[in-house]
Design a protein around this ligand. Structure first.
Ligand SMILES: Cc1cc2nc3c(=O)[nH]c(=O)nc-3n(C[C@H](O)[C@H](O)[C@H](O)COP(=O)(O)OP(=O)(O)OC[C@H]3O[C@@H](n4cnc5c(N)ncnc54)[C@H](O)[C@@H]3O)c2cc1C
Length: 149
């Protein structure tokens, strides 16, 4: 919804193609999106094909309930279907949660002493600039006190 709302300020119309018939976004974002006259929802649907010669011209959308396919004319496609932490190179080296986010203690230190994780790659609830920056400060301070003093 964040991406759809952002795009709706820049373009004539945003089509949100969603595979279910409801959203999981927070209610405030849903309310904002439903109130935007230029955001249209295509429910129960998935994109099967992107068509165009020099640029994107159409998407083929399949309605999962009816099983029918429809072509929609579009000028662009933005894929916003979730996130995967960029933690692959640390797999097997530090503890991670089931989704691949790195687990730390309150000092941002991993199970490997002297190795810290901060920001979006860390297992936590709120991924924002302010939390990433704060965690960097906590990690740096702890590392300085523990290993360099
Ligand atoms: C669409 C969108 C909108 C957002 N809007 C907001 C907002 O309005 N307000 C807000 O506070 N937060 C927002 N966020 C979240 C915010 O961007 C992140 O929480 C924040 O950037 C996390 O900082 P980070 O340093 O952990 O990761 P990043 O900012 O992703 O930085 C990681 C850096 O590491 C580099 N990197 C990756 N792999 C390697 C490697 N192997 N070697 C060296 N470098 C590497 C990457 O290139 C990147 O520069 C938004 C995020 C998205 C996706």
């Amino acid at each position: 919804m964040t991406e759809a709302l952002y795009l709706a300020n820049l373009v004539d119309e945003v089509l949100v193609i969603h595979r279910r018939d409801k959203l999981r976004a927070t209610k405030v974002l849903q309310d904002r999106a439903f109130a935007k006259p230029n955001i249209r929802f295509v429910w129960d649907s998935i994109v099967k094909e992107i068509k165009g010669s020099d640029k994107v011209e159409k998407v083929v959308v399949e309605n999962k309930k009816a099983g029918e396919r429809t072509e929609l004319e579009v000028d662009g496609i933005f894929i916003a279907i979730g996130v995967v932490p960029n933690s692959e190179i640390f797999k097997g080296k530090v503890h991670m949660d089931s989704q691949g986010y790195i687990v730390t203690d309150e000092n941002m230190e991993t199970n490997v002493k002297g190795v810290y994780a901060v920001g979006d790659v860390r297992s936590k609830k709120l991924r924002q600039v302010v939390t990433a920056v704060a965690e960097g400060a906590i990690a740096a301070s702890h590392a300085a006190e523990t290993y360099f003093s």
